[in-house]
Design a protein around this ligand. Structure first.
Ligand SMILES: C[S@@+](CC[C@H](N)C(=O)[O-])C[C@H]1O[C@@H](n2cnc3c(N)ncnc32)[C@H](O)[C@@H]1O
Length: 373
């Protein structure tokens, strides 16, 4: 990383004495100025509500940011597609690439519905929901693309962390309140957010009261086998060695490791009776379990996020009896080289279509005539 010249620090100080502290984290003057403006606006908003001094708040925020804390934790929110999602330390900050995949899935589904309209709302399960960003955006995107529908999806977001779940509930309330008071064209779809629920369960547990199907059965009054047509999941997928080698220092220091790195068998955190880790890459252990849950719930579509094209290929090779596609960061974009295929599963494996441009970002599994990218 190139060093920042002292002249730039002096120039920054002349513009605003707080700017030089932001230069090392932001790396250039323009980004530092932008961040200082956003922190200033946030300080003004908090000051007006709390009666605290604007200057004191701003200095405190700049100090936190200078220590590498993500801007989203200080400002308290991040944009995710059209939605502003509340963020808080202890829960992963939603990423734009996730929003792009989720919106693309909603667009494909809406297109399929235009050809053959659904007779009832679909059921969607979001495993490892964090802030609840995926259920909220998915419902929003479906309602945006199919206006006038009364009930589009019933969505359950699942997480093991009670900190994440209480933030997810808050985010749902915030979206309901925003729509109720706004002149947004989507305000009509306010009631659809009421069809989103959050549930505490352990995705890795195969059976028992804390497993996903165990918890779903407990909340269903009829106790029948849970049925979900669509499963979406952005699980922890970074191996411990990649976590040390490849993640940014601010991610390692400030974002929850629980959200990023699957438990290892040696940590004692890996629960007994959970998915068999044998032969799996450290970062991949959630995927077989997500596919098992998909089979238990009779799902027809599964979309999982991955770190890169290598992990996408390993995950794509895990499923028998599914049609599989790999999506890059922007799955709707056309790559320059035309149709792209990649071999998965080694010798005797199969060719899988890769869509879009950017890094390998997600894997789509479908059954029957359900959507294709
Ligand atoms: C990569 S984050 C994804 C959060 C959110 N879906 C998003 O896209 O921003 C993974 C989430 O999985 C949750 N998690 C970790 N282990 C889990 C488990 N065994 N069962 C259920 N959720 C788990 C974490 O608490 C975290 O919220």
């Amino acid at each position: 990383m190139p060093r920042i010249p002292p002249t730039l620090f002096r120039h920054a100080r002349r513009i605003n004495p707080l700017l030089p502290s932001l230069l090392p984290v932001c790396r250039d003057l323009r980004s530092s100025q932008n961040e200082l403006r956003w922190l200033g606006e946030h300080a003004a908003e908090v000051a007006s509500k709390s009666g605290q001094k604007h200057e004191t708040l701003l200095e405190r925020y700049v100090h936190r940011r200078a220590k590498g804390e993500p801007l989203q934790y200080i400002l308290g929110s991040e944009f995710f597609g059209d939605l502003e999602i509340k963020c808080r330390p202890g829960v992963l900050i939603p990423r734009q690439e996730t929003a792009t995949s989720v919106s693309h899935l909603a667009a494909l589904l809406s297109k399929a519905w235009k050809q053959s309209p659904a007779s009832k709302p679909i059921s969607v399960l979001d495993l490892c929901t964090g802030t609840g960003c995926i259920p909220l955006l998915f419902q929003h995107e479906l309602s945006k693309q199919s206006p006038g529908k009364d009930a589009i999806a019933n969505i359950v977001g699942v997480d093991i962390s009670s900190t994440a779940l209480s933030l997810a509930e808050e985010n749902k309330v915030i979206q309901l309140r925003e729509l109720r008071t706004s002149a947004s064209p989507y305000a009509k779809t306010l009631h659809l957010f009421r069809n989103i629920h959050f549930l505490q369960a352990d995705v890795l547990a195969r059976s028992g009261p804390s497993s996903v199907t165990g918890r779903l059965q407990q909340i269903q009054t009829n106790r029948i086998k849970p049925s979900y047509e669509i499963i979406i999941s952005n699980p922890p997928y970074i191996s411990s060695s990649a976590f040390r080698r490849t993640t940014a220092a601010s991610v390692r220091r400030f974002e929850p490791k629980l959200a990023l790195v699957p438990p290892s068998t040696d940590s004692g955190l890996f629960p007994s009776g959970s998915a068999n880790k044998q032969g799996l890459d450290d970062g991949d252990i959630f995927y077989p379990r997500v596919l098992e849950i998909a089979a238990e719930c009779d799902a027809k579509v599964v979309l999982v996020e991955v770190a890169d094209i290598e992990q996408a290929c390993r995950v794509a090779a895990m499923a028998d009896g599914w049609h599989v596609e790999i999506w890059r960061d922007d799955p709707a974009a056309r790559g320059e080289s035309g149709e792209e295929y990649v071999g998965v599963g080694g010798e005797g494996g199969r060719q899988v279509r890769v869509l879009g441009t950017g890094n390998g970002r997600s894997v789509l599994f479908t059954k029957g005539n359900w959507i294709r990218g």
